[in-house]
Write a protein that binds this ligand. Structure first.
Ligand SMILES: [Zn+2]
Ligand SMILES: [Zn+2]
Length: 599
């Protein structure tokens, strides 16, 4: 499924295919995704910790994912459509990538973004990974949810209409909808347009937090856009092909503007939210269609919404930054070298010219631009072609290049967002102490271990003496409320308890971390990632919960800094009250570097 080649920043990245659509690249925290025919290329900065790598000499890794193969369950075989309903894309194309876009972060495994990929068979798939290179999987086909929704609305005998209504032409993610101001992750939505000219707005989420798939895809509202007439649609200068395309695929791009949200506290104490936004569509001639407004009302329990023409409501659209999304669709087939890219292109163009003996008769074609999530770097996808002569090439010689330029003043590729171990563990300790406020005293063994480990850590760091005292007091309080301590092991604890000095002793000692090999105590020391028992057996320690990791297959890693963490769902099922679960819910990206977890 994947291969990897690494090149330096100055040369850009070379991919072994021509781009297969306009706006063929999209960038998120999980990498730069590029559409290249039957493949998807995920380009990431390679992590190279060797000190010899020079600054500015960024290395990139490329993962290739083939996306034009479908299982029978993804895309069941069906009869050819009758001529009036025929789609060349659906029935004859090679299912190459014709559109792709990252979701906002937070939707996928370990709070990663997921990738929506539209292929030329008019199927919109959701691809996701757990962070490993070979982990890319198609876990959702949106058309199936569209078909389930449409089957309630369309007469079953009208097969032509039923076929057209599940072909997806265009899609767009909206910004996440935050359930309260200041929350980190929100609700995610996706708008799609089908060949029946319906725009359907879906809410999409995972039913359970961890693992592949488990999608819950719910249509919220839809509207018919058939009344939109293209201005150019009837112009006499159009060729027959252009007219056919204009009629068969009325909408080519959708963009959803940021939400305006009102939070109201409605009696009795429930919060009712309303969110409004605009949806902008462009047709295949690049004309903007009349704007649509969308309004959604939601509370903790459900969500309703409707879409209507924007003119009838008062939506503020005059802020220039709201228009940004549409500018992403600017013409990308520029054949002239854009001045800001001249530096990045100089060497590449010179090499192409020399190798093909073109004497300057060549052109650069731009296929799209994307800005890095930290807005420090812009990437462009280009291909190079001879000009004023025939171009003959075979598939093996097809190449596209990703070139980069810095947008920041400093070298934007070197932004440092890292937190120190002390900062991370101090905030984790603080979180644990605050969580104990709502604790009903039912602590699992692993929670006792967690408390014990944080108590030990705080006692090693005199600067946290106040938090240390608070944690100890909380544990004493809890101890009083405990009729039957949750842990049941036994002699060692009892013998220790007799020698200990306070009422917190039991709770404390039931959390002592013991070596699985020899049963002796594993003390916490200053070197967090290493845990060594009193007899010298060594293990890893979770860099957030401070628990020892004594078995294989129960950890996850930060994809960026490689630190090791416990993967709580792999330890078994805990109830949501568990301190350990709460801790990892609060720190659901790497607390050291904000990287995504993998594994
Ligand atoms: Zn041991
Ligand atoms: Zn990290």
């Amino acid at each position: 499924m994947s291969k990897q080649h690494v090149l330096t920043h100055s040369q850009g990245v070379v991919l072994a295919a021509y781009p297969s659509c306009e706006n063929c690249l999209t960038w998120s925290v999980d990498g730069l995704a590029v559409a290249g025919g039957q493949n998807l290329y995920i380009v990431n900065r390679a992590i190279d910790r060797s000190p010899t790598v020079m600054q500015g000499d960024t290395r990139w890794s490329v993962i290739t994912v083939r996306v034009n193969q479908f299982l029978q369950s993804d895309w069941p075989e069906q009869q050819l459509a009758a001529l009036p309903h025929l789609s060349i894309g659906e029935e004859q194309s090679d299912s190459v990538v014709v559109g792709l876009s990252w979701s906002p972060p937070g939707l996928g495994i370990h709070r990663r973004p997921v990738l929506a990929v539209l292929t030329s068979n008019l199927i919109l798939s959701i691809w996701e990974t757990n962070g490993s290179q070979r982990g890319w999987q198609r876990t959702c086909v949106l058309n199936q949810h569209l078909s389930a929704y449409k089957s309630t609305k369309i007469d079953n005998n009208d097969t032509g209409r039923a076929r057209r209504s599940v072909r997806i032409r265009a899609f767009a993610w909206s910004e996440p909808l935050l359930m309260s101001p200041g929350t980190r992750w929100g609700k995610h939505h996706l708008a799609v347009i089908d060949d029946e000219k319906n725009l359907t707005f879906f809410g999409i989420s995972k039913r359970v937090n961890e693992g592949y798939g488990n999608w819950s895809v719910a249509p919220i509202c839809s509207t018919l856009v058939a009344s939109w007439k293209s201005k150019a649609g009837n112009s006499p200068g159009m060729t027959k092909l252009q007219r056919t395309i204009a009629e068969s695929s009325p909408v080519k791009h959708i963009a959803i503007e940021p939400w305006h949200i009102d939070y109201e506290i409605a009696p009795p104490g429930r919060t009712q939210y309303t969110a409004a936004s605009s949806i902008i569509c462009e047709n295949s001639q690049g004309e903007k269609l009349p704007e649509l407004a969308i309004k959604i009302s939601f509370n903790e329990a459900d969500m309703t919404g409707n879409i209507y023409p924007s003119s009838s409501v008062n939506v503020q659209n005059d802020q220039p930054d709201l228009r940004k999304t549409l500018q992403d669709f600017r013409i990308v087939h520029s054949t002239s070298i854009q001045p800001e890219w001249q530096h990045a292109l100089k060497q590449i163009c010179a090499d192409f010219d020399r190798q093909n003996h073109l004497n300057g008769l060549f052109r650069v074609r731009f296929w799209g631009f994307a800005t890095s999530p930290d807005t420090q770097v812009e990437a462009a996808c280009i291909s190079l072609h001879p000009w004023d002569t025939y171009e003959y090439t075979s598939a093996v010689h097809e190449k596209s290049r990703i070139i980069f330029r810095s947008l920041g003043t400093a070298d934007g590729l070197m932004v440092d967002l890292h937190k120190s171990e002390d900062q991370v563990l101090a905030s984790a300790l603080d979180f644990v102490v605050r969580s104990l406020d709502h604790c009903d005293g039912r602590l699992s063994t692993v929670d006792c271990k967690l408390l014990h480990a944080f108590l030990a850590w705080a006692s090693l760091h005199p600067e946290h003496v106040e938090t240390h005292r608070r944690l100890r007091d909380k544990m004493v309080e809890l101890q009083h409320g405990l009729a039957h301590p949750a842990s049941g092991s036994d002699d060692i604890e009892a013998s220790h308890a007799r020698t200990s000095d306070g009422p917190a002793a039991y709770l404390l000692l039931s959390g002592v971390d013991l070596c699985d090999v020899c049963g002796s105590h594993i003390p916490l020391n200053f070197e967090i990632p290493v845990a060594i028992c009193q007899s010298g057996h060594s293990f890893s320690r979770c860099c957030l919960s401070l628990l020892t990791i004594q078995e294989p297959g129960i950890s996850k890693y930060c994809a960026t800094c490689d630190r090791q963490f416990l993967d709580v769902p792999k330890l078994g099922s805990f109830d949501g009250q568990s301190l350990l679960v709460q801790l990892f819910d609060a720190f659901d990206t790497c607390p050291y570097c904000d990287g995504r977890y993998r594994g």
